[in-house]
Write a protein that binds this ligand. Structure first.
Ligand code: ADP
Ligand code: ZN
Ligand code: MG
Length: 605
């Protein structure tokens, strides 16, 4: 008897439980959620249905614990069968219209980081977070190969891995010899794409190599995520490799996607509680709040006040504008530092990459083959082309800190123009045509071309960047390292304080609070330009244009870009104090910074 009971338990295939869940689960409003979803699936002639893990957990937790988690491959098939059975019962007239059904899971509570994936998870259903760094173009993947034997018999062979294997024995003539012909036109295919996801830059332990994971994507999931997108991929972890070509005992883990959720961009990742919000609003009441924020930026670095202010403005950003004809004008502020060696440029950039909510630190040469923008690259092993995202795409929605930008590659020099103004990167190469988002603020540093900045020469002579790129920066700073006994002794005292961890370098606002403050301002504060502020900026712009005409071979041409820059800077300055309006004090500060930039590059205003 007892053994009989175990037998039934083993034979238990959960079909009844799954069907019960789909038919009888009710959401908060009392609706039969999945009956409705099945009805809609039929009406919209789709074949996939999204099933929330949380719903199953609430209805029948055993189904999740004992079955779906342990044997997801079979669970997916069982869910499909159950949906099909329901259609049979309730909508029989549609049954022959639906060739197959794909259940897709979502709302899996436990999210894995790529770094935490271990071999014990193989065969399991997991949800993994990451950023898409690479994608092949959509392809057709053969899933069933049609072979014809020399005796004339036809046979479909399912393909499990990457290789197409001939049948071992002919079912008709029973021979294991004789030649087989693959009939490609009559084989069966599915839409297919391979993508690679990587750890999010802000979650990478400092100084480590980023980990990545290959994801096989089929059917409607193909092309829903582009390089640069932040995603949650739900799928089954599988093994690839071990074939004849390579070392037999080495396998690669990959994820076969069951669902891909592209997350909404920008700053939702920073959580701001009610208490945080109150503290932020309290801080903003301080009349000295802006000075405190600026002083809290890179406290270990002495001086460079205007530069730190520019960085603060960059972190807050201006307002993005969408014009009636749907043209976008960027709100992101770009800042360039050109400076003598040893003036803390790299230190500053690294600091910003640590505190900005979403940031990528890289050098002009780029950390990967994709460089700063994006590239079409050929995979050495498979010979296939894929699209790979560079730093500006990975920093979409955040800040790209580019050190030694003067050493940028030729391809990036071309593509960065579009990236900095339109904030997209278009690429068309080897049959891949794509446009990626790069809605990024750029904080860049460069070394002077002749080792030191030569005041007698213009900025364009001093730096190995074309004027077209220079003009896309809202602010440019030249940091000269001129010996000055009084300043130097202050610098020395500051540096020794840093080295002895003294209180001097403690910021007014701690890093965690500052991040939240910035995230809050960026999300909720959209200050409006007042008439007085607009007039001030406009008058200054007109004056600037006049002066630049009077300065023959002016190193920076004053164009409408600089006017937009002034507005962005004033908006950011207003946001820094959580104001709802851009007033004259904000305009005046934007003008002061722009003037000091023009002076430092040799235009007298
Ligand atoms: P750069 O990238 O401009 O060549 P680094 O960022 O590598 O310079 O800085 C060189 C070193 O000098 C760093 O250790 C930095 O902390 C120190 N240093 C330079 N200027 C300052 C400063 N103003 N305050 C504090 N430290 C400084
Ligand atoms: Zn045969
Ligand atoms: Mg440096």
């Amino acid at each position: 008897m007892a053994s009989n009971a175990t037998d039934t338990l083993l034979a238990h295939d959960y079909f009844a439980e799954i069907e019960d869940f789909l038919l009888n689960y009710r959401d908060e409003s009392g609706e039969h959620k999945y009956r409705e979803l099945i009805r809609r699936m039929i009406l919209e002639e789709r074949y996939d249905i999204e099933i929330s893990f949380m719903d199953i957990v609430n209805y029948n937790p055993k189904l999740v614990e004992e079955y779906i988690v342990k044997d997801p491959e079979s669970a997916i098939i069982k869910f499909a069968e159950a949906v099909k059975h329901i259609i049979e019962l309730y909508y029989p007239e549609y049954l022959d219209k639906i060739s197959r059904i794909i259940p897709r899971f979502k709302d899996i509570p436990l999210l894995y980081k790529i770094r935490d994936i271990r071999s014990i998870l193989i065969g399991k259903l997991v949800a993994v977070e990451g950023i898409v760094v690479r994608a092949t173009p959509p392809k057709q993947k053969m899933v069933e190969a049609l072979f014809i034997h020399e005796c004339g018999s036809e046979i479909y062979v399912p393909i499990t891995g990457d290789a197409i294997d001939k049948p071992m024995i002919c079912p008709m003539c029973q021979r294991s010899s004789g030649s087989w012909r693959l009939i490609e036109e009559r084989s069966r295919y599915r839409d297919f794409q391979r993508i690679v996801i990587q750890e999010k830059p802000e979650e990478m332990p400092a100084g480590r190599m980023p980990r990545s994971l290959e994801v096989d994507v089929y059917d409607i999931l193909v092309d829903i995520a582009r390089p640069g997108d932040r995603v949650i991929v739900i799928g089954i972890l599988k093994l690839r490799g071990g074939g004849a070509k390579r070392v037999k005992s080495l396998y690669d883990i990959f994820l076969e996607a069951n669902n891909i959720i592209v997350s909404q961009r920008m700053l939702e990742e920073i959580e701001i509680s009610k208490e945080d919000e109150e503290r932020i609003k309290e801080l903003a009441k301080d009349p000295l709040i802006r000075r405190k924020i600026i002083a809290s930026i890179a406290p270990a670095i002495h001086g460079l006040w205007d530069l730190k202010e520019a960085i603060a403005l960059l972190l807050f950003g201006g307002n993005q504008k969408i014009l009636p004809d749907s043209t976008r004008v960027r709100g992101d502020i770009h800042v360039l530092i050109i400076g003598d060696p040893g003036t803390a440029k790299s230190q500053l950039l690294q600091y910003v990459s640590r505190i900005a909510p979403r940031a990528v630190y890289t050098t002009g040469k780029g950390a990967t083959a994709a460089g700063l923008t994006a590239a079409v690259i050929r995979d050495k092993q498979s010979g296939e082309y894929y699209l790979e995202a560079g730093a500006l795409v990975l920093a979409d929605g955040g800040v790209a800190c580019i050190d030694e930008i003067d050493k940028m590659r030729e391809e990036d020099r071309v593509a960065i123009h579009e990236a900095m103004e339109q904030q997209t990167i278009s690429i068309a190469k080897a049959g891949i045509v794509a446009r990626l988002n790069a809605r990024t603020s750029v904080l860049a540093a460069g070394n002077p071309r002749y080792g030191r900045y030569l005041p007698s020469r213009s900025i364009t002579e001093n730096v190995n960047l074309p004027p077209t790129i220079l003009s896309r920066f809202d602010l440019i700073f030249v940091v000269k390292d001129i010996p000055n006994p009084e300043k130097d002794s202050r610098l020395a005292r500051h540096i020794s304080a840093v080295h002895s961890y003294s209180e001097v370098v403690k910021p007014f606002i701690d890093v965690d609070t500052l991040r939240k403050y910035i995230a809050y301002a960026r999300k909720y504060i959209k200050p409006v330009l007042t008439e007085e502020a607009r007039k001030m900026l406009e008058d200054f712009f007109i004056e600037m244009r006049k002066r630049s005409l009077e300065t023959p071979d002016s190193p920076i041409t004053i164009t409408a870009r600089q006017y937009e820059a002034l507005i962005r800077l004033a908006e950011a300055h207003s946001k820094m104090a959580l104001k709802n309006e851009v007033t004259e004090e904000d305009a005046a500060e934007a003008i002061r910074l722009m003037k000091s930039m023009l002076e430092s590059v040799g235009i007298d205003v």
